[in-house]
Design a protein around this ligand. Structure first.
Ligand code: SF4
Length: 368
C-alpha cells in the first residue's frame, strides 16, 4: 500500500486519516502539533504516541519533507536556502533578518510564465506549480533551522514551540496567484491556529497583477496582506517591463481592481515599484504615480533595481531614488525605500532564478 504523505494532508484530511487508523479524534491534533508546532523531522520523535502507535504510523505514512540543499549567507546576514523537491526540482527561499523582525521570502512556483524583463525567474519559464505542502515546508524548515541555531547559543531560553520567524512574504520564485488553489491552501495552513498559526497580518502575498484572481483572493477571507508589483506609470513602460501581464491586464484594469479590493480594517495595499534607471524613475513618473493610486489606501515600496550579470537595466543613483520618494511623500503617500539585502549572494529583490546550470552562483531569483 502506498504510504500517505502527512504534510500533504489538509486539516480535514488529517482527521479522516486518523479515523481510518482507528485512533480517537484528538490524536489528529497531537500529530498535527508535532508537525506544525514542534516541527519534528521524524515520526519517531512523536513521543506522546506509544511505540506501537508510532510503528503503526510509520507503516502507513511518511512526513514528506522538502530536502535542504546548498545554503549561502550574505555579508549582511541574509541567508538563501536551496530546497530540492521530491521530483528533483529546486526552489529557493530567502531569510532576511532585521532588528525587529525576521522575514522569510518563499517561492510558489518553479520558474514563472510571466517573463517580466527585470526578473531572472521569468527567464526560466514555468517548470511547475508548487504543492501547498512544498510552500508550507519552506517555512517549517527555516523555523526549525533558526530554533536549532538559537538553542545552540542560548539553550536555556528556548522551547520547542518558539518561533523566531515573524513575517512571511510570498515574493520568491513564481506568481503566487497563478497557482491559486495550492497557494490559498498553503495560506490556510500557515494561518490556521491549529497548524502553523502565523497571524495573517504577518504574511504578504505579492502579485504582478492577475486581476480576476486578485478579486477572488479579496473574497477568500484569508486576510493576509496584498502587495502589487506596479513598476510603471504608463502602459507603454509597463508593456515593456511586464509585457505578459500588462497586455492582459493594463494599468487601469489593475488599479480598478485595487480600488475595489476589500481591505480588512486598518490595512493598506502595498505597491511595489522597482526603480530602473532612465525607464521609470523620472519626476514625472513620481507625480503620475501619485495620481494613479489616489484614493487607494496604500503604501509604496520603492526598490532600486538590483543588478545581476547581463541585466538589461541598471540601478538609479541614490539622489534619483530619494527625489522620487520625496515627491511621493510630499504628495501625501507613505513611501519607503527598500534596503537591498543579500546582493552579494544574488538573493536580493529582482535577482532570483534557480538554478542548477548556474551553480555555484545558485539562487538568483528574489523578485519584486
Ligand atoms: S517578477 Fe514575479 S511575475 Fe514577473 S517574472 Fe518574476 S517571478 Fe514572475
Amino acid at each position: 500500500m502506498e504510504k500517505v504523505i502527512l504534510k500533504q494532508l489538509s486539516f480535514e484530511a488529517f482527521d479522516v486519516f486518523v479515523k481510518d487508523l482507528g485512533w480517537p479524534k484528538y490524536r489528529a491534533q497531537q500529530v498535527r502539533d508535532w508537525i506544525y508546532q514542534k516541527r519534528i523531522s521524524r515520526i519517531d520523535e512523536m513521543t506522546n504516541l506509544s511505540k506501537s502507535d508510532r510503528a503503526l504510523l510509520e507503516s502507513r505514512a511518511v512526513l514528506g519533507e522538502i530536502e535542504p540543499g546548498l545554503r549561502q549567507q550574505s555579508a549582511d546576514g541574509t541567508q538563501k536556502f536551496l530546497f530540492r523537491l521530491s521530483d528533483g526540482q529546486e526552489i529557493e527561499s530567502v531569510l532576511i533578518p532585521e532588528e525587529d523582525r525576521n522575514t522569510l521570502c518563499i517561492s510558489t512556483q518553479v520558474g514563472c510564465t510571466l517573463d517580466c524583463t527585470f526578473c531572472l525567474t521569468g527567464t526560466m519559464g514555468l517548470v511547475r506549480n508548487l504543492k501547498a505542502h512544498e510552500i508550507v515546508d519552506q517555512v517549517l524548515w527555516v523555523q526549525r533551522d533558526m530554533e536549532s541555531e538559537v538553542k545552540q547559543d542560548l539553550p536555556e531560553r528556548t522551547t520547542g514551540r518558539a518561533s523566531l520567524l515573524t513575517n512571511v512574504v510570498l515574493m520568491g520564485m513564481g506568481e503566487p496567484l497563478a497557482n491559486y488553489r495550492e497557494v490559498t491552501e498553503a495560506l490556510r495552513r500557515l494561518t490556521h491556529p491549529k497548524m502553523v498559526g502565523l497571524a495573517p497580518r504577518r504574511i504578504t502575498l505579492s502579485t504582478s497583477g492577475l486581476v480576476p484572481q486578485i478579486k477572488k483572493f479579496g473574497e477568500s477571507g484569508l486576510n493576509v496582506n496584498l502587495a502589487v508589483s506596479l513598476n510603471a506609470t504608463t502602459n507603454a513602460v509597463r508593456d515593456r517591463i511586464m509585457p505578459v501581464i500588462n497586455r492582459q491586464f493594463p494599468l487601469e484594469t489593475l488599479l480598478r481592481a485595487c480600488r475595489n479590493y476589500p481591505l480588512p480594517p486598518r490595512r493598506r495595499i502595498f505597491f511595489e515599484y522597482v526603480l530602473l534607471k532612465g525607464v521609470n524613475d523620472s519626476e514625472e513618473d513620481a507625480r503620475r504615480l501619485l495620481r494613479l493610486v489616489k484614493g487607494i489606501p496604500c503604501k509604496v515600496n520603492l526598490i532600486p533595481f538590483n543588478d545581476y550579470p547581463g541585466a538589461p537595466f541598471s540601478r538609479p543613483g541614490e539622489e534619483t531614488v530619494l527625489r522620487f520618494q520625496k515627491i511621493l511623500i510630499e504628495g501625501g503617500l507613505t513611501a519607503f525605500i527598500r534596503k537591498s539585502r543579500g546582493r552579494d549572494i544574488l538573493a536580493a529583490c529582482g535577482q532570483l532564478r534557480t538554478a542548477t546550470e548556474d551553480r555555484p552562483t545558485l539562487i538568483e531569483s528574489v523578485r519584486s
